[in-house]
Design a protein around this ligand. Sequence first.
Ligand SMILES: NC(=O)c1ccc[n+]([C@@H]2O[C@H](COP(=O)([O-])OP(=O)(O)OC[C@H]3O[C@@H](n4cnc5c(N)ncnc54)[C@H](OP(=O)(O)O)[C@@H]3O)[C@@H](O)[C@H]2O)c1
Length: 393
Amino acid sequence: MDLRSSFSVILVFLVLLGLPGDLESGSPKSGSRSPKSGGGFRNFFRKLHIPRIMQPFYKRFKGTERLENGVVVITGGASGIGEETAAELYRRGAHVIIGNRNSDTCDAVAKKIKEQPREIVIKDGHEEEIKHGHIECYYLDLNQLDSVKRFAEWLLANKKYINVLINNAGVMLADHQVIEDTKTELHIQSNHLGHFFLTILLLPRLIRSGPSRIVTVSSKAHEYWRGGVIDFENEKALQMDPEKYSRWQAYARSKLFNIWFSAELSRRLRSHGVTTVNTYSLHPGIVHTPLYRNVKKWRWVGESLHKFFETGFMKYFLRTPKEGAQTTLYCTLSTDVKDESGLYYSNCHKKTPTKLAQDTAQHKKLWEFSMRKLAIAGVLEPGFYEESIYVSD
Ligand SMILES: NC(=O)c1ccc[n+]([C@@H]2O[C@H](COP(=O)([O-])OP(=O)(O)OC[C@H]3O[C@@H](n4cnc5c(N)ncnc54)[C@H](OP(=O)(O)O)[C@@H]3O)[C@@H](O)[C@H]2O)c1
C-alpha cells in the first residue's frame, strides 16, 4: 500500500470513529447513546477480546518494600499514573499527600483509595491485616509560584519529615501559552519550573529526613527534541514563536528538562556532601491516561484522534495507569536502586537517555536559568542564595 492509500484508510477509520454511538470515559452527553446500548463502531473494540500482546514486556515492580509511616508528596496524584502510584504507596503504609489543582477530584480520588479492600496475610500461623497508610490532598497549581510556595509552606509547617517527593504532574501538547508570573512557556512551567521550585523549597526537609528520594517523571519524548543545545539567554526561543509553535516540541523539551534537573540536583547534593538524598528520573511507558486530552484541539483530525484514544482498541497497545506506575514505584521503593542517584529509568530498569540528556553543561545552565526565573518572580526569601547548595557548584 502506498503512502496515499494508507492515509485514506486511516482517514476512513478516523471518520468511522467519529460516528455517534459511544461515550467518552463515562460522561454521557445529552442525546448520545449509552455504551450499553451497543451501537457504534467504537463499541466494537470494547467487545473484542484481543490478547494484550505487549503486556508480557511491561515489567512489574515485584519488590515487597513498604514505606510504613513514610511521608510521600506527589504532584498530580489524582489522575492517571499519579493516582495509581498514590494508591499503591498508600497500600504499602505510606502517608501520601497529593498536590492537585482540582480539590473535588482529589478528595474523590483520596476517598476511593481509602476504600481499597483490607488485605489479610497469614504470618506465623496468625491472620494479620496489612496496614494501610494515610492520604490527604492539598491545593497545588504548578503554574502559579504562589500556590507552589503555599503548598511547600504548609508541608514544612505540618510534616516533620518528607521521605519522598514525586514530581509527577504534567501537561502535554497544550496550546501555546506564556505564564505571566515567570514569562515562561507553559510546558516548561508546569512540567519543570513549578517542580523545580517545589523541590528546592522542600530540599532542607528532604535532607533532614534522609534517606530520602526525589523522583521526577520524565518521558521517552525527551528523545524527540529537535532543537539541540538550548541557549538559555534567548528568552524568545525559550518562549517559542506562536507562529511556529510545535506542541510536541514544547512537551519534548520540558521532558528533557526533567532529566537535566534530576541529574544536576544529584550532582549538587553530592558535591555538598549530601549522600542521603537520591534523585531519579524516568519514562513510565506509553500509558492510557487523560494526558492525551489536548489532542482534541488538533485542527481537523483532533476530535477523531482523541475518540480513537478513548476506544477500547487502545488498551491493547498502551499500558494501563497501573502498569504505567511501576517504574515510579521502582524508583520510590526499590532497595536495588538505593545506592543510585541522578540516573534515568524505564520499564523498571536503568536506561541511558540521549546524548543531549547527558550534557552536563546544559544541566548546569538549566539550573541557573531556573534560579534566575524564581529570582525575577520575587518568590525567594532574602538570604536564600546563602544556602550554597542552590547556587554554587
Ligand atoms: N501517559 C503517558 O503515556 C506518559 C508517557 C510518558 C510520560 N508521562 C508523564 O507522566 C506524568 C503523569 O501523566 P499521566 O499520563 O498520568 O497524565 P494525567 O492523568 O493527565 O495526569 C497528570 C496530572 O498532572 C496534573 N497537572 C497538570 N498540570 C498541572 C498544574 N499546572 N498544576 C498541578 N497539577 C497539574 C493534572 O491535573 P489536572 O487534571 O488538574 O490537569 C493531572 O492530575 C506526566 O509528567 C507525563 O508527562 C506520561
